[in-house]
Design a protein around this ligand. Sequence first.
Ligand code: NAP
Length: 348
Amino acid sequence: MTAPLSSASLNHQVRLAARPRGLPVASDWQFTEEALPPLPPGGVRVRTLALSLDPAMRGWMNEGRSYIPPVGIGEVMRAGGVGVVEASDSPAFEVGTAVSGGLGVQQYVTLPAEQLRKSGLTRIDLRLGTLPQWLNVLGMPGMTAYFGLLDVGHPQPGQTVVVSGAAGAVGQTVGQLARIKGCRVVGIAGGQAKCDWVVQELGFDACIDYKTGSVKDGLKQHCPAGVDVYFDNVGGEILDTVLTRITRGARIVICGAISQYNATSAVQGPQNYLSLLVNRARMEGMVVFDYADRYPQAVAELAGYLQDGRLKSREDVVAGTVQDFPATLLKLFSGENFGKLVLQLGSA
Ligand code: NAP
């Protein structure tokens, strides 16, 4: 009989057990524990400190062709995260290095040499931002905001930029960056507290509470000359309404459509798309991973704004274990998260 494994040599994981229909439920997940494998030659073992919980995770759970393969049934759920190198046989990552990358919903990830690049494992500099900020403004949502707004939205000084999901991870940085670039910024968010925060703390010019008011009336009031750039995080009815207020030559950045991710019938597409024709406007999708080669440029610029106080960030950090992942993820779809949703598993 072998001695029981100590908890330090066990890895707890969350795996995809079934493809959800609508919102994910408990039976879509499986909790597993397994012994940590030996460190492979040239490999690295990372202990997860915090996981990024992202709306995109819902899409990764679906079967079908997308910009990234679906998570397989029985596989550890895909997740970006930040952690610390606990064991290393790689000259690139010494023990104790803080890193970010595709860690998965698990306490540890052990990466063979050949998978180090694929996992996107990167050193992070904690002098530039905290661990949660490396999952937010200096991480994937910040990169999305930066390249989506600047490369796809092409905002010009004096123009009006509208962003939905304004108090969320991507939206908060989109709005502040647009202000920094000299635009007038109007947010759309759910609830007074979120609207107050983006206006009073982040310096947005206005914010429309779509839960209690009319988006159409709000746009009329706050964007009297129309919308030059719409950064869409939510899709559905809000996209349709903004389409009725765009200017000639407007750019609509299709970043996400969270209102549609749990749809059990056909996704609601924009009915008002002929506004693109009338206004010689453009609607363009973007996927952040296409800009990976340019992340360092964006990190340097955004870290500079954080340091000089022009950019703020807000993270909604839930302290827990990997077992808290399924319930915490749902906060994104009810709008319970206020800022970038992070599941913190430990401290450095
Ligand atoms: P987030 O905004 O921090 O969190 C999601 C927010 O969506 C919720 O807090 C809620 O805010 C709002 N929401 C939920 N259901 C909604 C509904 N039915 N209608 C309107 N709003 C709803 O999330 P995030 O990480 O920043 O992501 C924002 C969007 O960007 C998502 O669509 C995501 O898929 C997309 N994204 C795309 C890329 C890319 O490469 N294209 C990369 C990252 C993220 P309220 O309380 O304001 O409703």
